[in-house]
Structures are given as structure tokens and as C-alpha cells.
Design a protein around this ligand. Structure first.
Ligand SMILES: Nc1nc2c(ncn2[C@@H]2O[C@H](COP(=O)(O)OP(=O)(O)O)[C@@H](O)[C@H]2O)c(=O)[nH]1
Ligand SMILES: [Mg+2]
Length: 193
């Protein structure tokens, strides 16, 4: 049984989903470029293993992190940085779709949205697609330090409503100071079981 993510380490980067090695169970992270997915993985593990960048759209690979006992955390490329019609700007297009729909070991997707910006149409499209594939996902609002304390209650409600979940089901995290990270980590450890 996995009780911590502290031994998590970088394993491999792939562009071909079928080349990713088999896992016992895994959790994948999706969201817009620059939303804080890699920072979140680092915060969850308690040390820096995922590449954090100021340049949106740097992660073009499926980055695999091994938490031990065949349990993986998977950092997927962010979507939403090209200009054009909605179906063209889905950076995660074929590669991410193939990955998410082919992994029988996938237990949950962590859908990361910016707490201050709120969900975008692309996040909505992703959520719709995950539902259509019957892939479980939880919603995590990142960079909560950027939300004014006086607005955080209302913003939590707005984000939760968008995804048709209750505010209590929403993970509200700050990767810079670890706020809310323990709750998400506990959920991830539970589903990786
Ligand atoms: N203020 C703040 N900035 C963050 C937080 N998490 C990430 N960032 C910053 O957001 C930028 C993008 O982060 P990154 O993890 O690379 O995003 P990714 O593209 O989704 O993997 C970096 O400059 C991070 O330092 C957070 O919780 N609070
Ligand atoms: Mg990243």
C-alpha cells in the first residue's frame, strides 16, 4: 500500500501513448498550459520532479513519474495556446485523447483550473469529453493565492457550479505554500490503492 508520494521520481517522457509502460494504477493531470500542473505535482510530492516553466506550452510530452509500487503520476501537455477554431486549438488532441482513453490503469484525472481565472470553454470541453469516456475526474483550482480572500468563497462556488459539483468536492490549492495540498494528496493516494 502506498502511503506517501515523497518517493515519487521522474521515470520517462513519451510522445507515443502506446510506448508508456504498464502501471498498476495511475492519476493524470490535465489543464490549460501554465495553469500550474507541474508545480502541483511537485507540491504533492514535496520535492521538485516536474519541470516548471514561465513559458506556456513547454510540456509537449507525456511525463511519467513513478511513486513506487507501479503507481504513476502523469503530467500531460497543456491545452489552449494556439489560436484558431476550438477543435484546432485543442493541443491535447490526438495524443492526449489516445492516452487517456487507452490506459486501463487510469484511476482518475485531476483537472486543474486557475482559481482566479476560473474555468474556460476548453476546460468545459475537456470535462464533457472525460464524462463521455466515463473517466473519473476531480477538479482542482490552482494558484488560490491569487484570489482575494474576500472573493474566495464566491469563487469556490462559481467554479464548483461550472462543473456541477459541490464546493466541498472542489480541491482549492496553492502550490507555493502547500495550502490544500494534503487533501488532494490523500484523494490521489486513495484512488491509486
Ligand atoms: N502564485 C502562484 N503561482 C503558481 C502556482 N503554481 C504555479 N505557479 C506559477 O505558474 C507558472 C506555470 O506553472 P507550471 O507548473 O509550469 O504550469 P503548467 O504549464 O500547467 O505545468 C509558473 O511560473 C509557476 O511558478 C501557485 O500556486 N501560485
Ligand atoms: Mg507543466
Amino acid at each position: 500500500m502506498l502511503t506517501s508520494l515523497s518517493k515519487c521520481r521522474y521515470l520517462a517522457s513519451e510522445t507515443k501513448p502506446e510506448r508508456v509502460v504498464e502501471a498498476v494504477s495511475e492519476v493524470a493531470f490535465v489543464g490549460r498550459s501554465n495553469v500550474g500542473k507541474s508545480s502541483l505535482i511537485n507540491a504533492l510530492c514535496g520535492h521538485d520532479i516536474a519541470y516548471v516553466s514561465g513559458n506556456p506550452g513547454r510540456t509537449r510530452c507525456i511525463n511519467i513519474f513513478d511513486a513506487g509500487q507501479g503507481r504513476f503520476l502523469v503530467d500531460l501537455p497543456g491545452y489552449g495556446f494556439a489560436k484558431g477554431p476550438l477543435n484546432e486549438i485543442l493541443h491535447w488532441g490526438p495524443m492526449i485523447e489516445a492516452y487517456l482513453s487507452s490506459r486501463t490503469s487510469l484511476r482518475m484525472v485531476v483537472m486543474v483550473v486557475d482559481a482566479n481565472v476560473g474555468p474556460t470553454p476548453l476546460d468545459s470541453q475537456m470535462a464533457f469529453w472525460l464524462n463521455s469516456q466515463k473517466i473519473d475526474f476531480c477538479v482542482t483550482a490552482s494558484k488560490t493565492d491569487k484570489v482575494k480572500p474576500s472573493k474566495s468563497f464566491a469563487q469556490k462556488k462559481t467554479v464548483a457550479k461550472f462543473f456541477e459539483i459541490s464546493p466541498e468536492e472542489l480541491f482549492w490549492v496553492n502550490s507555493k505554500n502547500q495550502d490544500g495540498i494534503a487533501a488532494l494528496r490523500a484523494e490521489i493516494l486513495k484512488v491509486l490503492e
